[in-house]
Design a protein around this ligand. Structure first.
Ligand code: NAD
Length: 275
């Protein structure tokens, strides 16, 4: 029996491989013997089979990367993302509209029994509270219609990061049945606070507030601690895993949903610490 997550000879693509979780994912896949094709708005320092500069806010740029990847992809990973400090429409484009555009178009290029894995976030945990609004957004016909839907609603949607992550989760859950019928698995990873390129942006609300979301463990994740579950999710060993929102937060969501954490008290304490 080959070792777990044997990617030797597998063709994979990682979008968002310049830094953070995407970089750790590309590195992990290289270590496992994969032929790794990468794309990002910034260059990647890893010895990839190919790298294409790609801005996932632009459909034309996404088309270019897809062309460079070619077909017969065994596992596709979408790891690009923007934090809440960036222009709201850019956040919605990179974290959802570009993601959806790219995954819809990469789908016919995925090999039989292949996989698509994307990164959402525990910041999207609130999706059940406004699933109808999220569904309106994710069922827009295409990238431009998605922009047209979102643009006049930016204020009422609030934090664009949380909304984009809710969209990524609900879209994964809804699309996964159709994907697996055509032989492709679709899953998302929802990390808790992770030390990456976007850490300073998240910390701008106050580092002690972000640290609240590291309970009950009390420390942030490394990029590798997110990359390995993501790599597993995309592997042949996960062949029955589909439509899964894989929450990798050291138990924060579990503790919250079972009443083990007094979030309001912890946040009040954190706010006075950050003040
Ligand atoms: N860091 C955290 O605490 C955390 C928590 C939950 C979820 N996430 C998610 O993990 C994913 C990876 O982010 P990260 O934490 O590794 O941060 P990161 O900033 O290190 O990585 C983000 C990557 O996206 C790329 N990118 C940004 N704009 C782009 C664009 N227009 N086109 C193409 N690529 C673009 C960046 O160059 C970078 O390589 C994101 O979806 C993020 O929202 C992060």
């Amino acid at each position: 029996m080959p070792g777990m997550c044997d990617y030797s000879g597998k063709k994979v693509a990682v979008v968002g491989c310049y830094s953070g979780i995407g970089h750790a994912t590309a590195k992990g896949l290289l270590d496992l013997g994969a032929e790794v094709h990468g794309a990002d708005i910034r260059p990647c320092d890893l010895p990839l089979a190919s790298f294409t500069e790609c801005d996932t806010r632009e459909t034309g740029s996404i088309d270019g990367a897809l062309k460079a990847f070619g077909s017969g992809i065994d596992a596709f990973f979408y790891c690009s993302g923007l934090p809440q400090t960036r222009p709201p429409l850019d956040v919605l484009k990179v974290n959802f509209l570009g993601l959806r555009y790219m995954i819809e178009r990469v789908r016919p290029k995925i090999a039989k029994d292949g996989s698509v894995s994307l990164i959402a976030s525990t910041a999207g945990n609130g999706w059940p509270q406004r699933v109808e609004t999220v569904t309106d957004f994710i069922t827009t016909a295409d990238f431009d219609q998605g922009v047209a839907w979102a643009e006049p609603r930016l204020e009422e949607l609030g934090d664009p990061y949380a909304f984009s992550k809710e969209a990524a989760i609900v879209w994964t859950l809804r699309q996964s049945a159709d994907f697996i019928r055509s032989g492709v698995r679709l899953n998302c990873l929802s990390p808790g606070p992770t030390i990456t390129g976007m850490t300073p942006d998240f910390d701008s609300v106050g580092p002690a507030i972000i640290d609240v979301y590291t309970q009950p463990l009390g420390r942030r994740s490394t990029p590798e601690e997110q990359a390995w579950p993501l790599i597993f999710m995309g592997s042949r060993e996960a062949s029955y895993l589909n439509g899964c929102n894989f929450i990798v937060d050291a138990g924060f969501t579990a503790a919250m949903t079972t009443g083990q954490i007094d979030l309001d008290a912890l946040l009040a304490e954190a706010m006075s610490a950050d003040a």
